[in-house]
Write a protein that binds this ligand. Structure first.
Ligand SMILES: NC(=O)c1ccc[n+]([C@@H]2O[C@H](COP(=O)([O-])OP(=O)(O)OC[C@H]3O[C@@H](n4cnc5c(N)ncnc54)[C@H](O)[C@@H]3O)[C@@H](O)[C@H]2O)c1
Length: 258
């Protein structure tokens, strides 16, 4: 049975109709997730630093989705964005954090600024957003937080030191939040994708035999699509995942098995 048929016959099977969802990051993965939540009947706000990406995404999402431009790597930027979304949607039930950058170089070549920039965008933004959204979720005794980690948070990919550090840190931060907030009905989980084709990976994949080499490392024999992350995000946000917290869900075609 196709996904469309299931959705048609049981329109609210995920229990997300009317859910208020903040998706941070309007890139490949964030936009795909935002669209999936809209299709599931949720009210969606999409936040990103780049107004052009927001404009492209908003055409896909339709007129009801809210878009906000904000620098989420600062505490004030993230808190202000959360506050604006809470007013506009009358609260936040689900936060998806899909913000991130990567820079590939050997450890010895990174500058102080490069290291700091990657931590601020990848890790600090996740902390500030989850802290701000989590605060009001705790008050309302309900919330679902989903952070985009990576297989790099577990494996030791060369040339990935700051990125890998930020993703390993997201996993640990997520576990502590999950433990602290479980008594209040707030679940906190991470999705850790393998290689997915988006702006984050496009340049690297288009060079030399990078794509073929990466595909060989994946037992499924291919890279993933943004669509393949939407199901896991919807599931973790749904009523079916109410007792799941503190997990890193690898969505990687088996990459972390080898
Ligand atoms: N694409 C992959 O292969 C892959 C694999 C594993 C994990 N991830 C993770 O998934 C998440 C989304 O990645 P993607 O592939 O969609 O990347 P992407 O480059 O398509 O999107 C990332 C988005 O983050 C936004 N952003 C950057 N700095 C920001 C800031 N300071 N404030 C607000 N927004 C900012 C960018 O404008 C961009 O729209 C990231 O956390 C990434 O690390 C991606």
């Amino acid at each position: 049975m196709s996904d469309e048929v299931v959705l048609e016959s049981q329109p609210n099977w995920l229990g997300l109709t009317g859910s208020r969802v903040l998706v941070a990051g309007a890139g490949g993965i964030g936009s795909a997730c935002a669209k999936a939540f809209v299709d599931a009947g949720a009210k969606v706000a999409l936040v990103d630093l780049d107004p052009e990406r927001l404009e492209v995404a908003s055409k896909e999402l339709g007129p009801d989705a809210l878009t906000i431009t904000a620098d989420l790597s600062t505490g004030s930027g993230a808190r202000e964005a959360v506050a604006r979304v809470e007013v506009a949607l009358d609260g936040i039930d689900v936060l998806v954090h899909a913000v991130g950058i990567n820079l590939r170089k050997p450890v010895l070549d990174f500058t102080d600024d490069e290291w700091t920039r990657i931590q601020k965008i990848n890790l600090d933004s996740a902390f500030y957003l989850a802290q701000a959204a989590g605060r009001s979720m705790i008050e309302r005794r309900f919330g679902r937080i989903i952070l985009l980690s990576s297989v790099s948070g577990l494996l030791a990919h060369p040339d990935h030191a700051p990125y890998a550090a930020s993703k390993g840190a997201i996993n640990q931060m997520m576990r502590v939040m999950a433990r602290e907030w479980a008594p209040y009905g707030v679940t906190v989980n991470a999705i850790a994708p393998g290689y997915i084709e988006t702006d984050l990976t496009q340049d690297y994949l288009s060079k030399g035999d990078n794509r073929a080499k990466l595909e060989k490392m994946v037992p499924a024999g291919r890279l993933g699509t943004t669509w393949e992350l939407t199901g896991p995000a919807l599931f973790l946000a749904s009523r079916h995942a109410s007792f799941i917290t503190g997990h890193v869900l690898y969505v990687d075609g088996g990459r972390t098995l080898v």
